[in-house]
Design a protein around this ligand. Structure first.
Ligand code: FES
Ligand code: FES
Length: 161
């Protein structure tokens, strides 16, 4: 089947089986390898991307379900409106707090964090831990992930965004 996909604000024409996961499209057909394969079963969060602003597990999301929807990946979340502000702040916070260890899970972590902030403008610190539990980190970077997200929320609270 032929599909025209909106990925990172660009149209991409691809041919794929209807049940091909979006993760395969990104990595194997479009060479966007920032999104990672972990479990392949929707359990670890390594493959998280935004679909119409919501975090989805791209390993378990078939290309035939994308339709006219918009996919945003780690490669452009800091320049793609309307996510760019949170994407930029979170990427900077990840760097400032030295979050990654091996780094493998981190693109999925950032994409989940962007979705969290986009969909919860009044998010408080205590909500973060619960919200991020679906993204597994075998290196145990959870405390630094929470600190990085908290630092962005503090900025938002100071500005009353
Ligand atoms: S690779 Fe998709 S959730 Fe683990
Ligand atoms: S930084 Fe290694 S798995 Fe998360």
């Amino acid at each position: 089947m032929k599909y025209n996909l909106n990925i990172n604000n660009q149209q991409h024409s691809i041919e794929a089986d209807a049940d091909m996961p979006v993760l395969w499209v990104l990595r194997d057909l479009l060479a966007m390898t920032g999104t990672k394969f972990g479990c392949g079963k929707g359990l670890c969060g390594a493959c998280t991307v935004l679909f119409n602003g919501q975090a989805i597990r791209s390993c378990s999301f078939p290309v035939s379900a994308v339709g006219d929807g918009e996919i945003v990946t780690i490669e452009s979340v800091d320049v793609s409106e309307p996510y760019a502000e949170n994407g930029r702040k979170l990427k900077a916070a990840w760097s400032e707090h030295n979050v990654p260890q091996c780094g493998y899970c981190q693109s999925g972590q950032i994409m989940s964090a962007v979705s969290l902030l986009e969909n919860n403008p009044k998010l408080k610190k205590q909500d973060i831990k619960n919200a991020m539990t679906g993204n597994i980190c075998r290196c145990g970077t959870y405390p630094r992930i929470c600190k990085a997200i908290e630092s962005v929320i503090e900025i938002k609270e100071e500005r009353n965004d």
